[in-house]
Design a protein around this ligand. Structure first.
Ligand code: NDP
Ligand code: TDO
Length: 292
């Protein structure tokens, strides 16, 4: 089914890179409304392929014929992006370009998940980009081909219970560390406004049902420092956290530089899609009470 033929029919969604952290939760939520297929590269999935090759991408997509592609493929290890710019380019730039090319030929909608990592100021609007590392540079570059085919770019960050072996979210790491009473370092000077993976996935359904091409920040309404996030999560989960250390980002010697303020202004998304986004505190509460 092509999108313009019959909007009443169930849309076929292909989640590329659906075997990572976000994919299984997005797949779970979206399959309530759409016909969803999951793509992966090395892990078992409904379909498989290395999307760096256009020939392989085209063969896979010609078989799947999705109405909507949700692209989650990325090199998400920020330090590896710094060490291997070519690999970061291949995954974060070439793959969205390959998907965009196929979508243009086949009139499908491409939704690209991007990142808050491309900002570095309080409540940045979509034009306030400030790049400090290769991950940010390549993620931003990957957005261009999506926008050229009237796709949608959602700049976001997320947390929640991982369903993927070998992938932990920031909240998983915090809960595990506090339960084990490990004296972890918590960044007091790094700020963000992520959503839970469940809320983000529910909003993806809104966007798929009512697409508006363009680039949007998609996060919670009020952000926190990563330290306050961790301590708030600890309090809500009934876990002690006095042994966790409050540190500055500069105290850790990480390979890649990171932005200190990734909080995004989310007004454009709220106005366009007529939704009120939740606060970060309510999102933290949400992951402790919801099943996913
Ligand atoms: N994780 C985070 O905290 C954040 C992530 N984002 C963005 O959200 C999106 C999803 O992130 P996340 O779920 O963490 O991603 P993951 O790193 O967990 O998953 C990456 C996915 O890409 C697939 N993949 C890797 N290489 C290739 C390739 N050459 N060809 C085809 N598929 C490939 C992997 O397949 P396989 O498993 O089979 O190898 C996997 O499904 C990304 O765009 C990321 O930039 C934004 C903000 C925060
Ligand atoms: C937040 C935090 C991280 N760390 C460590 C964990 C890790 O080795 C390193 C960086 O962790 P961060 O959580 O800041 O992760 P980072 O790798 O910078 O994470 C990013 O992931 C990519 C995919 C994105 O798109 C971004 O939005 C962002 O979430 O610092 C601490 O020791 N204490 C902390 O309080």
């Amino acid at each position: 089914m092509r999108l313009e033929e019959n909007n009443l029919m169930t849309k076929n969604i292909l989640i590329c890179g659906g075997t990572g952290l976000l994919g299984p939760i997005a797949g779970n939520v979206l399959s309530g409304q759409f016909s969803v297929r999951i793509h992966g590269k090395s892990k078992k999935a409904d379909c498989q392929g290395n999307l760096i090759s256009y020939a392989e991408t085209e063969a896979l997509l010609n078989k799947e014929m999705p109405d909507v592609i949700l692209n989650l493929v990325a090199l998400t290890n920020v330090d590896t992006c710094e060490e291997d710019l070519q690999l970061a380019y291949n995954l974060n730039v070439e793959i969205p370009k390959n998907l965009a090319l196929w979508c243009k030929k086949n009139k499908s909608l491409l939704i690209q998940i991007s990142t808050d990592h491309i900002y570095n100021s309080a409540y940045a609007s979509e034009e306030d980009v400030n790049l400090v590392n290769n991950y940010a540079l390549t993620k931003l570059a990957g957005e261009a081909s999506v926008l050229m085919v009237d796709g949608m770019v959602l700049r976001t960050n997320f947390f929640g219970r991982s369903q993927t072996e070998g992938r932990v979210s920031f909240s998983d790491w915090v809960l595990k560390s506090l339960k084990a009473r490990e004296p972890v370092n918590l960044f007091k000077d790094v700020f963000f406004n992520p959503l839970s993976m469940k809320t983000l996935s529910e909003l993806l359904a809104v966007v798929i049902n009512s697409p508006h091409p363009g680039v949007y920040n998609l996060g919670s309404r009020e952000g926190l420092s990563k330290e306050d996030f961790a301590r708030t999560l600890g309090d809500m989960a009934g876990l002690q956290h006095h042994f966790a250390k409050s540190v500055s980002f500069a105290d850790l010697d990480l390979k890649a530089a990171r932005p200190l303020d990734m909080r995004m202004n989310v007004e454009k998304f709220e106005l366009t899609f007529e939704v009120t986004l939740p606060t970060l505190k309510s999102e933290i509460e949400g992951i402790l009470t919801s099943e996913i």
